[in-house]
Write a new protein. Structure first.
Length: 399
């Protein structure tokens, strides 16, 4: 992702993942202080909504000649890391429908981003490679095509080089040429990548990496009192950027939940629930007027909410979370979904902007559209999974 500097007290410039500067508020972290809105019985067909969303994504953003997703609905520009999430939405649609029209995009995209990225999958940003690697593992899981696993393994080798112990006693650096910048956005998905690689390889070293990366993030970026995740720590000054972004919350809770599933250790599940509760109740992460996740910008930040929702839903489907949390989580999920669908949709184009409470006009970024489509697919997946669990008694779900 792109570089951004934010000035803080004392004249130190912190290097953070790119978001709109006017949306960052350096507020002190407080305990959860927002009530979750109750929701009525749902009548929206979320599978149908997800279908409309994915069809719009493909219609407006897929580059049919070069085989990647354009960065805007009206411009042929390329940004590497959102490619992973746009393809994740296509994978979601394929798993929901088993329709071969969606599977047809897999190989094209695999080759297309390789060519557009300069005949390779390497990138100076470690988080970018983690995102692409996680998507490659999902493609492998959906198809069992070894080419996707091979690409994921190559990316995992690159990512491990990002672990640096000179600054802040460890952690994966945000980018190769800035080893001092240790970010939530490179360590959350780094732990997830390692855990999911372990699920495929059964190599204990991969699980050890997942635990090591997670423990580093928990020690240095997680607030165990509130559940808040700081965006980054600068290893040169040891200054921490304390603002909270939805995707950092989602990635931490996703990594914690994944490790709970792998190890059975309750502490991981407790951390995941605490991070989720902070996100759905704290003023730092919410549009309090509408009771939904806040607008985090239309560029990189446009993706953040959808990433949170992907891992939030997987946590919600765990039978071992506290019953009182389950109700809070469900109410928040459906309230956000209804606001997005009723207020945040351009009904003519089925496009979505950076705010889930306001329909976009004009040009719309891939990040904003993908975030909303991922969310719609997540709600459809949640309902499908609940129905499957009820009929079979099986608590396992897809990733």
């Amino acid at each position: 992702m792109k570089l951004m500097k934010i000035a803080v007290a004392g004249g130190i410039a912190l290097m953070v993942c790119s978001v709109n500067a006017d949306l960052i508020r350096m507020e002190p972290v407080k305990k959860q202080d927002t009530e979750i809105k109750e929701v009525a019985t749902q009548t929206t067909d979320w599978a149908a909504a997800a279908e409309q969303g994915i069809q719009s994504l493909l219609r407006h953003y897929w580059n049919s000649s070069a085989h990647y997703f354009n960065g805007r609905n009206d411009a042929d520009n390329f940004n590497y890391w959102p490619q992973a999430h746009a393809m994740d939405a296509v994978i979601d649609a394929y798993l929901r429908t088993q329709d071969p029209q969606y599977k047809a995009y897999f190989e094209q995209w695999h080759k297309g981003i390789y060519a557009k990225n300069g005949d390779g999958y390497w990138n100076v940003f470690y988080d970018d490679m983690e995102w692409i690697g996680l998507t490659m593992l999902r493609l492998y899981d959906a198809t069992k095509d070894p080419r996707y696993l091979d690409t994921a393994q190559r990316l995992w080798r690159f990512v491990k080089y990002g672990w640096d112990e000179y600054y802040v006693e460890g952690g994966i650096s945000w980018r190769e040429d800035q080893p001092w910048s240790k970010n939530a956005c490179s360590n959350g998905p780094g732990s997830l990548f390692a855990s999911r690689m372990y699920r495929v390889t059964r190599d204990e070293a991969d699980k050890e990496w997942a635990i090591k990366i997670y423990k580093w993030e928990r020690e240095h970026l997680f607030d165990p009192e509130t559940g808040a995740i700081a965006d980054n720590i600068d290893g040169r000054s040891m200054r921490k950027a304390g603002f909270n972004l939805s995707y950092n919350q989602g990635l931490f809770l996703g990594a914690a939940h994944e490790l709970y599933q792998l190890t059975g250790e309750e502490s991981y599940l407790e951390d995941a629930q605490l991070a989720a509760l902070f996100t759905i109740t704290a003023r730092q992460t919410l549009d309090r007027r509408n009771g939904i996740l806040r607008d985090e910008g239309k560029d990189d930040g446009g993706l953040f909410k959808g990433i949170f929702m992907r891992y939030f839903v997987l946590l919600m489907l765990d039978d071992h979370i506290k019953p009182e949390n389950q109700k809070k989580f469900r109410d928040f999920l459906y309230h956000n979904a209804e606001v997005l669908w009723e207020k945040g949709r351009d009904r003519e184009r089925c496009l979505f902007g950076s705010s889930w409470a306001a329909a976009p006009t004009g040009s719309v970024t891939l990040t904003c559209q993908t975030s909303a489509v991922m969310f719609l697919e997540a709600v459809a997946f949640y309902e499908r999974s609940l129905a499957a669990k009820k009929s079979s008694g099986d608590s396992k779900v897809e990733k």
